[in-house]
Ligand binder design. Structure first.
Ligand code: NAP
Length: 254
């Protein structure tokens, strides 16, 4: 009998870590799916497929055609479309779905955080907070900031930025993890007076928040969208392994 097939919806460090934790096991077949947004992605061990499924219908077909026994949605907390599609496809096929989501960040003493409901809300708040913005919300959301002609944006992104985007923009092509020292130097060098970030959570990109606190720079934090209702969610890889361990055919994973 062939081993049960687990599909990990990836694009995050945690997805890679989960694939790595399962890679050596002969009793489970793991495929990680990536969206294909990044030209040279960090590939996990095991099988990898790249590119969209073609909406809910496409994902339903993929789950059936590849005899998937369970799905772990380990996508980024802000990747709402694929998470909603996974929830609907799981309902239609009866394939068990779990989510792996790192916890969000929490403000501590000395932080000046302003929470925003969306990128558009974050853009609305900026003019009252500063003129030189360090924007780390990703290149795909730049359109929300395009109308802010009077502000200067330093945008950090893995891939080059494309319009629509703000007129005054400097791009730094880089990807985490980042250090507090490096982030402090960046804030100084670019005379940043406000930082915008999504509440992505996790250690790889938290250094900018530590640096902002030390420099007295205010932060606009875009709140997370909720995980689709009814999906059991783990905060880390051991938790995801425990969730999988409760499923038929995925016993004793932790
Ligand atoms: P999204 O808006 O939720 O998804 C848009 C479409 O991209 C989906 O409908 C799906 O296409 C495809 N897709 C997304 N993730 C996929 C995956 N893991 N495997 C196969 N297809 C996928 O997603 P997004 O916010 O653009 O993020 C894309 C990827 O980048 C995600 O995998 C996410 O984990 C990663 N990422 C996102 C962020 C962020 O801030 N949003 C940050 C870091 C990494 P079809 O409908 O054709 O299936």
């Amino acid at each position: 009998m062939s081993p049960p097939h687990l599909l990990i919806l990836g694009g995050t460090t945690e997805a890679r870590q989960l694939a790595t934790a399962l890679a050596a096991r002969p009793d489970i077949r793991v495929t990680t799916s990536l969206a294909g947004r990044v030209a040279a992605p960090r590939l996990p061990p095991g099988e990898v497929r790249i590119g969209g499924f073609g909406g809910i219908e496409g994902l339903v077909c993929w789950l059936r055609d590849h005899a998937v026994a369970a799905v772990v949605d380990a996508t980024h907390p802000f990747a709402v479309t694929i998470s909603a599609n996974a929830a609907e496809a799981a309902t239609r096929t009866g394939v068990p779905l779990h989510a792996l989501r790192r916890p969000g960040w929490s403000a501590g003493p000395g932080d000046r955080w302003y929470e925003a409901d969306s990128l558009a809300d974050a853009a609305d708040r900026l003019p009252a907070l500063g003129r030189r913005v360090f924007l780390t919300t990703g290149r795909l959301g730049l359109a929300a900031f395009a109308p802010l002609d009077g502000l200067h944006f330093v945008v950090r992104s893995v891939e080059p930025c494309e319009p629509p985007m703000p007129r005054q923009i400097e791009t730094i092509l880089d990807r985490g993890p980042f250090t507090v020292e490096g982030e402090r130097a960046l804030l100084r060098a670019h005379r940043i007076d406000v930082l915008v970030t999504k509440d992505s959570g996790g250690p790889a990109t938290v250094a900018k928040l530590v640096a902002a606190r030390a420099a007295g720079v205010p932060v606009v934090l875009v709140r997370r969208p909720p995980v689709p209702g009814g999906v059991a969610t783990a905060e880390d890889v051991p938790g995801a392994l425990r969730l999988l361990g409760s499923l038929h055919g995925f016993r004793a994973l932790d």
